[in-house]
Write a protein that binds this ligand. Structure first.
Ligand SMILES: NC(=O)c1ccc[n+]([C@@H]2O[C@H](COP(=O)([O-])OP(=O)(O)OC[C@H]3O[C@@H](n4cnc5c(N)ncnc54)[C@H](O)[C@@H]3O)[C@@H](O)[C@H]2O)c1
Length: 412
């Protein structure tokens, strides 16, 4: 295979993949699918007739292609990933990997059965600072992992009309506070390669901003995760906090590495600070700072999300073309990034007790979860439905969604 034939499912976020396909020699964009006709037509105007355009996934999946990038709704990736792999297609799945444990089991077993490449598009792992921390950790310079923190705080109020279009039942309006957790947890898992074993969850209150947005959950979620070696991760992430933050920090037995706080205006989250001992017990202050991505080609640095969107696609394509060293995130690692968020909310609903995190690498652990449809999506959860806010779902008047719809249509 000289060029990997790519199909994109979901035009909005999928547009970042278009850029890769139009500039890189190893891929060819052959088909795009979205039921949102206006969005699809706009893409057709932009990209022309050489690409096939579909509004129906059932038709799209029959197109002659090698791989599909799933950029559809965040809570609906698993069933489409399974259908793609069963049809012989490789899958790059946007965040999140699934919304229930039953889907997680089915996804794992489909990857194992089909042998197709499943890659999880947790791009924050490939941002310059956390990726540099991975290199430092893997080279032994940080020592053994003891503690880490990850933050993805995103005040989404100004973009809510564009990203929810005033849809009352849009997934962003119906997720629980700890659902969208892999931007903050993912890099720490990818740095250390350690498995999370238990989690205690916390939910910050539903606030006036979430009410204006029509989002029915706590404004931020937090996970305190115990790792297999006893180390601890604190993860903080929200769609409705007052200020933004992308920040990572890791302590090992030989010292600390952390990214810059954005308010420092000193290279933003692309800058890293280290303070490392040369041997265990040295205890010498040796602070250093640099911007690790600065030697990458400028075209890559300018790619979305600090260049990370390039690396996710490049590694996915490279893996399909046979490079077994390509740095992709497989289904087991994807679940190590997501299940702490899912079980954090179970912890919140249970009054704050710690929850064990399942390890679906072990086949005998799967049966317990095979029929577990616990989630906030009524169509999937059936009788295992839970509210998206632990104190009961807030009442949002229909006028809120109507106002947001009008803001979207009028481009406010
Ligand atoms: N990694 C990142 O940095 C990042 C950033 C933004 C979004 N995302 C992820 O990208 C995905 C898409 O997010 P988005 O912001 O584009 O908004 P979105 O979830 O509203 O968009 C999904 C698109 O898929 C289409 N779609 C959904 N189901 C469909 C179906 N059955 N048939 C045809 N079309 C269908 C919708 O019409 C919509 O245009 C989500 O999973 C989100 O989590 C990731």
């Amino acid at each position: 295979m000289s060029k990997v034939k790519i199909g994109i499912f979901g035009v909005r976020r999928g547009s970042s993949v278009v850029k890769y396909c139009r500039t890189q020699p190893d891929v060819q964009l052959v088909a795009i699918c979205d039921k949102w006709e206006q969005g699809l037509m706009d893409k057709k105007k932009e990209l022309g007739e050489d690409i096939a355009y579909y509004t129906s996934f059932d038709d799209f999946i029959k197109h002659d292609m090698d791989a599909v990038v799933l950029a559809n709704y965040a809570n609906e990736h698993a069933p489409y990933a399974i259908r793609c792999m069963e049809r012989g297609l490789h899958v790059l799945s946007e965040v999140l990997p699934c919304q229930t444990m039953a889907e997680a089991v089915q996804l794992v077993e489909t990857v194992e059965k089909t042998g197709k490449v499943y890659a999880y598009a947790e791009n924050y792992c490939f941002m310059a600072a956390p990726y540099e921390m991975r290199k430092l950790y893997r080279s032994g310079k940080l020592g053994e992992f003891e503690y880490g923190e990850g933050e993805y705080m995103h005040n989404c109020e100004s973009i809510w009309p564009i990203i929810t279009r005033g849809e009352k039942h849009h997934w962003r309006n119906n997720i629980y506070a700890t659902f969208y957790c892999t931007h903050s947890i993912g890099p720490l898992i990818h740095i250390t390669g350690l498995r999370p074993v238990s989690v205690t969850g916390f939910e910050l209150p539903f606030n006036a901003r979430m009410e204006r947005m029509g989002a029915k959950s706590g404004n931020t979620g937090m996970e305190i995760i115990t790792m297999e070696n006893g180390g601890i991760i604190k993860s903080l992430h929200g769609l409705g906090p007052s200020k933004n933050s992308i920040w990572f920090c890791i302590y090992g037995t030989l010292g600390r590495a952390e990214s810059s706080r954005e308010d420092a205006q000193y290279g933003g989250h692309g800058r890293i600070f280290t303070n490392l001992d040369r041997y265990e017990g040295e205890c010498f202050n040796r602070p250093a700072t640099y911007c690790p991505g600065a030697d990458e080609p400028s075209i890559v640095q300018k790619w979305g999300h600090g260049g990370s969107d390039y690396h996710v696609m490049h590694n996915f394509v490279d893996r399909i073309l046979g490079n077994t060293d390509a740095d992709t995130i497989d289904i087991y690692e994807a679940l190590d990034m997501f299940l702490p968020g899912m079980f954090a909310y179970r912890s919140v609903l249970a009054g704050g007790i710690p929850m064990d995190i399942p390890n679906l690498r072990i086949a005998s652990e799967r049966d317990k979860w095979r029929n577990d449809t616990w989630c906030t999506d009524p169509a999937v959860a059936k009788e295992q439905l839970v509210p998206s806010y632990s104190k009961g779902n807030p009442d949002i008047p229909d006028e809120t969604y109507q106002r947001i719809y009008e803001e979207w249509i009028n481009g406010v």
